[in-house]
Write a protein that binds this ligand. Sequence first.
Ligand code: 2IT
Length: 447
Amino acid sequence: MKTNDIMARLRAKYPGESEYLQAVQEVLESIEEVYNQHPEFEKAKIVERMVEPDRIFSFRVTWVDDKGEVQTNTGYRVQFNSAIGPYKGGLRFHRAVTPSMLKFLGFEQTFKNALTTLPMGGAKGGSDFDPKGKTDEEIMRFCQAFMWELWQCIGPDQDVPAGDVGVGGREIGYLYGMYKKLARQYNTGVLTGKGATWGGSILRPEATGFGALYFTQDLLHHAGKDIKGCKVALSGFGNVAWGASTKALELGAKVVAISGPDGVCEIPDGITPEMIDYMLVMRASNRDRVEDMATRFPGKARFTPGKKAWSVPCDIALPCAFQNELSEDDAKELKANGCWCCCEVSNMGCQPGAIHFFQHNGILFAPGKAVNAGGVATSGLEMTQNAEHISWSGKEVDEKLHFIMDNIHAQCVKFGTQPDGSVDYVKGANIAGFMKVAQAMLEQGIV
Ligand code: 2IT
């Protein structure tokens, strides 16, 4: 297998699918050497099969807004790979959603889910629906119309969607309500991220952020460092940023910046629990503005329009928002301001130039598919609870989540340790995830 040849073919076949091509290239570069030591992979054309989604559903979603006007969006579900379990992955509602974006996310999800050690294949879905400025009623009608098309593609042992950007507990509720009506079954295992009183797992909302901080702690310990007293800059103010801030505070770190599409809020004395709670209000408002934090907490949070979180001096950077949100220039600015660690919490949050810069300038870096896997891992735990018709306590879920994150860190160390003793977490995560999926595909024959 030669990465360059495969990439040339994919570029010709899928021109313009930049996010998808970027994600594939990163994985292929990481695994090429190991892959070529396995002639049985080459014979079964594992890579050629793995980079193509199993199937993509695309559908029209028509709904009526509050003014009575008819609106049409496009919905998708990319079922990427089912070698190690039923399709599993979130739904993203965002104006910029394209098939390329969902293909990259489904591809990443396949390896991430393998890292969790739970039996889940990879998928992603969503719509170019823009939640910004929408009312609660509009969100509900859109979710209902979306599920009307999606419901026959999913099922507890077939494909289990969850949340992602623009899809949280509220949206999962509306989606589930409509699913139940159409399927005429109380099939809780069909979606994860449900409310705690109707089949949801305790701690699923916190899990991505908590897991990311457990992983960060492991990475720091491995490097002989401690998170206590560290200054953390993070992007976003949604579900992931909320969970990450909560755990960062609990572990004794200080969150000095959060950000949004409108700019950055600098918080010199560190974020408080009250401010963390307010993130939930900001998310539910659909205003998509981080400036609201500074308006609500004048004197504590200082808003600067047009700036990113990466302009604020910190020890640890945690991208928690969107793909490619941290550029090479941002990486250089972070370093110049004293940052020495970046754990990617968003999927593919760092541009390739930024990762290259971190890795060649002594900055500890770990990729999203390892760092953020606690979210989908806890979705897997939700599926188990649903299948058994039971509900675990927060303590039980947290212990399992922590164990899974420690295990993912250990897999990265196992497959990513370099001759000089340092750990290449990108390589480690990609090889560990790839080997598991590849082996399963091999054992299941040419399908
Ligand atoms: O990117 C992700 O891992 C998620 N959005 C969570 C997916 C899930 O099925 O919980």
